[in-house]
Design a protein around this ligand. Structure first.
Ligand SMILES: *Cc1c(COP(=O)(O)O)cnc(C)c1O
Ligand SMILES: [Zn+2]
Length: 405
């Protein structure tokens, strides 16, 4: 039995293949590369029962991850986040079987830790010493911290408007941090120039093939946590769309292994009203998106005007009979409050967008009676504490509390 059944990298556009033991970024044709496994060999040799003995973190799926030698693993215990039933909210919005996959409780407070753990581990295995990346904040934070643990130097460029906490995470981890007066796409241009000039490793979304593999583990966990019975619908707040591409890839791999029962869940790409390139493309039945001008939303993690992997996100939506839907900032903030009040979960605005989408899709009948629905809460609301403004009454020491009605 091998530790990893990884076999090679391949291009989903032109089908060229590449070696996993060397550094590769994009395909020669400009497309992101995906990681392939020898699923046939794995199907023969590995039974899903082996998982029972393993620790509750994402490395329990090491056969389906790209790291070949366990000594290269860089871990802070990430993964196997809770799949929490949401009965009160579910009743309110008419979805009895509503679940939240809660990524708010993972190291660094967002699911970006998954991509960083696997991406950094593989970078270490490949001998990377210095990487650079653009970020909307959370990825930069996670990659800076995991890079620190791996002894890899990180240079990070983020919009000045990115959530304040994330810059502190980068800085405390010792990353070289820069702001850009602009969007993540502008940060991306600056990073690309440095990569060309200095030959650093490019850790930008989808410019290295391994971040998807980390995020894929959300799909593996959802399947295992439901005892290998797939849910009907999975809703995902979509920026670069890596999580959605990953979940789709995970479930296809589980199907090829014969580990799961039931049909492929319908995957929903949730975006913000003022940054919805995937939704626009989906409505127009296109295979790729166009750059979204003047993108803005409180859900900063999904403020991505044009994603390199847009065609893969759209393919996952089309192939699963899913859909794409945009939510307003007002609805996001109202939903965030409702989830806290009804379920005691302080979720991030991106996660709130996905819950708001579940509500809208139930109202329209797209989510049907009795369907089992999973919403990805991609991070903790604590990372965006400024979005909640409170002005409580101030008491003097001799004051007493009024009675509550
Ligand atoms: C990055 C991020 C997203 C979007 O993730 P993609 O996989 O790039 O689409 C969603 N939520 C949060 C909290 C994020 O940080
Ligand atoms: Zn190609």
């Amino acid at each position: 039995m091998s530790f990893s059944y990884v076999s090679h990298l391949y291009c989903p556009k032109c089908e060229r293949t590449y070696d996993v033991d060397q550094i590769h970024q994009l395909c020669e044709c400009g497309s992101p590369l995906l990681v392939a496994y020898d699923l046939e060999a794995m199907r023969q040799k590995v039974k899903r029962d082996v998982l029972r003995e393993r620790e509750a973190n994402l490395w329990r799926y090491h056969e389906l991850l790209p790291v070949k030698h366990p000594e290269h693993i860089v871990s802070l215990g990430e993964g196997m986040t809770p799949l929490v039933p949401m009965p009160r909210l579910g009743r309110e919005i008419g979805i009895e079987a509503l679940y939240m996959k809660d990524e708010g409780v993972i190291p660094t407070g967002t699911f970006k830790a998954r991509g960083a753990a696997v991406g950094i581990s593989k970078a270490k295995e490949l001998g990377v010493k210095q990487l650079a990346m653009p970020t909307n904040g959370n990825a930069g934070a996670a990659w800076s911290l995991y890079a620190a643990r791996a002894g890899i130097q990180a240079t990070v460029v983020m919009p000045v408007e990115a959530p304040e906490l994330t810059r502190k995470e980068c800085a405390i981890a010792g990353a070289e941090l820069y702001f850009v007066n602009g969007l993540i796409s502008d940060a991306g241009q600056i990073v690309a120039k440095a990569i060309r000039e200095y030959g650093w490793y490019d850790a930008s979304t989808l410019k290295e093939p391994y971040r998807i593999e980390g995020k894929k583990t959300m799909g593996l966990e959802i399947a295992e946590q439901f005892s290998w019975q797939l849910p009907d619908v999975i809703l995902y707040p979509t920026g670069g769309g890596v999580g959605l591409i990953g979940i789709y890839k995970a479930i296809k791999e589980l199907q090829a292994l014969g580990w799961v029962d039931g049909r492929m869940p319908r995957l929903v790409a949730v975006q913000a009203e003022h940054c919805a390139p995937i939704v626009k493309a989906w409505k127009e039945k296109k295979r790729e998106s166009e750059f979204w001008p003047n993108a803005h939303t409180v859900a900063f993690g999904i403020n991505v005007p044009k994603a390199l992997g847009d065609f893969l996100v759209l393919e996952a939506v089309y192939e699963t009979n899913g859909c794409a839907i945009a939510i307003s900032d007002e609805a996001i903030l109202a939903q965030q409050q409702m989830v806290a009040k009804l379920e005691g979960a302080f979720i991030c605005p991106e996660g709130a967008a996905a819950f708001a989408a579940a509500r809208t899709l139930r109202e329209s009948g797209w989510i049907r009676d009795g369907e089992k629905v999973v919403v990805l809460n991609t991070g903790t609301g604590l990372k965006y504490a400024d979005l909640v403004q409170v002005v409580p009454p101030v008491l003097e020491p001799e004051d007493s509390l009024p009675m509550r009605e």
